[in-house]
Design a protein around this ligand. Structure first.
Ligand SMILES: Cc1cc2nc3c(=O)[nH]c(=O)nc-3n(C[C@H](O)[C@H](O)[C@H](O)COP(=O)(O)O)c2cc1C
Length: 164
């Protein structure tokens, strides 16, 4: 089994792009969090329904995981910013999977208002060592530079995690 897991949620593909680029660059396993019932990415109302889930602190039911995240020592965890926070699927993940004593790098993708997303993730990940954090602005519109930045960032994190 691989030592590294990239876990992410993505509604519209931005966080998926970054997660896949990172996983590929550092040869990590990947786990996409998929809500059984998600908001419709095609509709303008996604901001309302998604934002409401955040404000109500909802934990949407997720499709079963094909790996056990607890078995990995190094994690990359990524989320889109929703209402200046991490997406609800991450809330479910943090509730269901109690990660402790792991090395964890966190990332978000956003449209210019990252808010407290990474700070809130760090609160949930208390008891682990945060080995890196980064925010990416509109990845699908800035693909080349974002992919380069993501690879550079993830590779340097991994070097640090392997040679502390
Ligand atoms: C429900 C909802 C709420 C959002 N809230 C914010 C926000 O507070 N700040 C921001 O910069 N972008 C916000 N966005 C935009 C997304 O964070 C941004 O487009 C992100 O890269 C989307 O990632 P994805 O394509 O992986 O779903 C929001 C998008 C949705 C659907």
């Amino acid at each position: 089994m691989n030592q590294i897991l990239v876990t992410y949620y993505s509604l519209e593909g931005n966080t998926k792009l970054v997660a896949e680029v990172i996983a590929d660059a550092i040869d990590a396993d990947i786990l996409r969090l998929v809500p059984v019932k998600d908001v419709n990415p095609e509709k303008g109302s996604r901001y309302f329904w998604g934002g409401k889930q955040v404000l109500m602190r909802q934990k949407p039911e997720l499709e079963p995981f094909h790996v056990d995240p607890r078995e990995y020592q190094v994690h990359f965890i990524g989320t889109p910013v929703w209402a200046w926070r991490y997406a609800p699927a991450l809330r479910t993940f943090f509730h269901e999977i109690d990660l402790k004593g792991k090395k964890i790098a966190i990332f978000s993708t956003h449209d210019g208002g990252p808010g407290k997303t990474l700070a809130k993730m760090k609160e949930k990940l208390d008891g682990n060592t945060i080995i890196g954090e980064i925010e990416f602005y509109k990845p699908l519109e800035n693909m080349d530079s974002i992919c380069r930045d993501a690879i550079t960032w993830a590779s340097s994190i991994l070097d640090g995690a392997r040679n502390p």
